[in-house]
Design a protein around this ligand. Sequence first.
Ligand SMILES: Nc1ncnc2c1ncn2[C@@H]1O[C@H](COP(=O)(O)OP(=O)(O)OP(=O)(O)O)[C@@H](O)[C@H]1O
Length: 608
Amino acid sequence: MPQAINNWQMDQKTDLSKPAAKPKYISTFRALSSYAKPHWLAFLGVFLFTVVAISAELLQPFLVKIAIDDMLIGGNGDYSGLLVIGGVYLGLSLLSLLFTYMQNNLLQYAGQSIVARIRKQLFEHISKLSMSYFDRMPSGSLITHVSSDTEAINQFFNQVLLSLLRDGMTLVFIIVLMFQLDVQLTLYCLILLPIIALIAIGFRSYMRKTYQMARTRLSRLVAFTAENLSGMNLIQVFHQEKEQGKQFKERNDSYFQANVREIRTNVLFNRSFEILSNISIALVTWLGGKAVLDTNLEFGVLYAFITYIRQFFQPINTITQQWNTLQSATVAVNRIWGIFAIDPEVDDRKDAKPLDPALVEGNISFDGVTFGYGGGSPVIRDLDLHIKAGSMIGIVGTTGAGKSSLISLLCRFYDVSAGNVTIDGTDIRNIPQASLHRIIGLVQQEPYLYSGTILDNVRLFDETITREAVIRACEFVGADPLIRQMKDGYDTRLSERGSGLSAGERQLISFARIIVFEPKILILDEATANLDSHTEQLIQSALQLVSAGRTTIVIAHRLSTIMQADRIIVMKKGEIVEEGTHTELVDIGGYYEELYRHSQGKSMTEAG
Ligand SMILES: Nc1ncnc2c1ncn2[C@@H]1O[C@H](COP(=O)(O)OP(=O)(O)OP(=O)(O)O)[C@@H](O)[C@H]1O
């Protein structure tokens, strides 16, 4: 099971058991308002457009009232007045439509710009965080923050803010117009306000629960699906399709039930409002009708009143519906701002000075280095290692011995707990990370390839590196014939992580990267995957070419790769237990000799 997704699921599970943290609405508004500030002109425009759109819409019943009272009932048979009213009515509709359209577009634009900026800053911030953060934080959660959480903020602008503005203003305008028409009738209608508030509060907490339940169950379903897709080969090989199908069904059913419950609650809430609206209309028809019959009220006023009452409930309903969106936006803002508040544990010192790559020789020293992940028990213990510039050293050792950890310390993915690591005598903590990483080239066990062309993968999307330079590098490491055989040669597009290429081809491409970027220090975490002897030969000679003139550290899984190394170190439980050339180590008769005998036996068996 991929670790990240596993952790993500665990995360979702713990989230469920935790009581939901109290949302901080004020701090959400404050956080977002700093991003909204540069767009104040757009928001002012939205406000003005909303005023025009709502006024145009709400004046329409008023026009009909004038037509009824002044032209139909009390009029003198003047058709032209009716025609004018009809024309103005149509004009107001068009005006409302136009300004609603402009208001929506402007708000969408401002909202999207804000969210795009937050997303960009979040991505940049995450890219600067230290490896220790990524150890703690499952990548699934980070994906959620960059995608879903920023989307929740987008909804805040395009739904919550829009509704507060538009529906809030509509409500105020309607109440003013109703008071304008008839004070007594308006007061009767407002008697219903406390009942509306009670219903809204009652439903609010229930709706929040059903909404959260549906979201959590959806997250689980998505995590399960993602995990299954990435491990589909294992599922098929172990005939787990039925079992996984059963588990998927359980999650799917539980999401379905949560959804049904959410919809049921929403429908019930909407209908309650409709009933209230109808009660008000009945009340107004009865009281207003009586007043019309008693000639205390004009018929047109009653008509306009009933229309406004109908329009009165809809905005209240919409505003209440925004509660869930507001809440998820608040949670999203809290989570995103929580990430912004995290500083990288490995940071550049203020007085750090970059090294000139042209002057770097590549002498490396680990002096009394001790290190443990997250300050835990040491996985590297008081280690001393000195590597001369331009030499090649091989590292072998038991699994979990600390080989990769040693490399991570040299790349400064983590800081040592004690001792120091130096390059040409300079403590790497005194070198800015960007400068350090320009000196070091890393070829990982599973070279990472991006979705993009071979060309872009070799030059890592750095357009300043020419196509010719890439081709020369690939020719140099022997990858060129392989690439030319591909459908579009150097322009062949690779799928995610280069899944269309063999392990050997991926390594050759990452060797070409080294040639292109010319680091002084080369680190190779050799692939464990079985390569056919032809590819192994290719990699072997490519390594010799690439390592020439560079300080090279190879974590070896196949001894054949490092037999020619200037020095080999053997690690066990975070310490160097044997050290020397191949011949010296075989003579010692220790762990290395045992490994060597093993590999010889294996190749004899293979040969036999
Ligand atoms: N990110 C991490 N967080 C916590 N502990 C870790 C982390 N990475 C490695 N470890 C632990 O540190 C120890 C050394 O691991 P390391 O990966 O350096 O060993 P290794 O010699 O490279 O092993 P292998 O050959 O199996 O890759 C192990 O006990 C491992 O569990």
